[in-house]
Design a protein around this ligand. Sequence first.
Ligand code: ATP
Length: 434
Amino acid sequence: SLKRVNFAEKIFTHFNREDLQYIQLISELAKRKRTRVYLVGGVVRDLILGFPNYDLDLVVEGDAIEFASFVAQKLEAKLVTYQPFGTASLFVGERKRRIDFASARQEFYAYPGAPPQVEHSNLRRDLFRRDFTINAMAISIYPDDWGELFDFFGGFKDLQKKLIRVLHPLSFVEDPARAIRAVRFEKKYGFQIEPFTMSLLKQTVREGLLAKIKPDRLKEEIQLILRLPGFYSYLQRLYQLDMFPYLFPGCVWKSDYDILYPRLERLIQEEASTERLDFFLLKMTPLLSDIQFDSLEAFVERLHLSKRFYSQVKTYLGRRTVLERILQEKTSPPSRVFEVCSEIPLEFLYFTLAKFHDQDLARERIRNYLTKWRFVKPELTGSDLKQLGIPQGPIYAKILRELQKARIDNLVYSREEEIALAIKLWERMKASDQ
Ligand code: ATP
């Protein structure tokens, strides 16, 4: 039976004025077309919880594409349809605000005025396809019952009891990616996975069904986790639930991550955010620094990562010992640190910064590299070398790099000194060529 709970007021306070106007316009148009329209899924959950989430995900009891086209005309919005799925997206206004429409198809027996259980059987069916009860609620934006909650599976009660619960026992078999989603919602909201749901989840893991999650799907779910504050605690939880072999082949959770990961996260927030980095790689660096090299290929394949990703990890694993030795050796000149750091992907340098947090010398050196040394430029350029009569070729790059290193080590201070050094380098290179 449907409990009548109304969120009319909450809708008004949850959305900003512009979104509210869109919702109200859609509501009027729904009335004109005698088509019932609902907010659904995550936005309903978050509206009830008072969490920020301003997705405009709508379900239409009827043909969503037809209705969205009608709305698009009235709002002069850009319409994108996905015929095979019966869904459509609108992009409204100057800011191209996205509004998604999905169909809950009308069946012949659902006639106006039928008892609600029958009348809304299509909405119910749409909601039944969803992952958890807290994500399977709808709020009507149709004028006649504006703000009314449609909660067929006890989602509202589960929100109050802080429980993640599947809608039926085959849920994880249908879509094993829901196991990762369960962990995401559990941690994000501080909820618990309801005991029966937990037993189903564990069974799903035990039976190896997580291997069926397609790489791109898996990557998306992991990315959703990596964007959250405290992302590493979700990773730890995935490990604890024995999911790592299916998600991150060759990786385990080590106890030093408990200290390392919060440091890394702080670094990312405070410093790395201005840098052009692969954040997926950056946030995986602790796991990858401990991966069995034999498993790297499987890892990259499992998450459909790029060749570049693979070679960056490989480079790091190959150079790590040298990097760490040079960073810690008191006698390493700055240019030597510069040389080794410039071979290491930046993501792993940030990782090393977190790892050597307590080692002043190493930490200072990485910082110097990141903030100064890598930007040092010699005064001379290629055309200066040409004027000096040095024949053009790959040695230009070599000479300029040596000049940069000399600058970093404060061995040259002026243009004249650079010229003298360039000539000396050239002569030495000539001699060693013969
Ligand atoms: P968040 O915005 O925090 O990621 P969300 O619930 O909005 O949470 P989405 O991935 O945007 O997450 O999904 C929107 C809605 O679509 C969900 O609330 C749920 O109803 C449904 N959904 C998404 N993924 C699945 C799935 N794998 N199985 C079933 N339903 C799903």
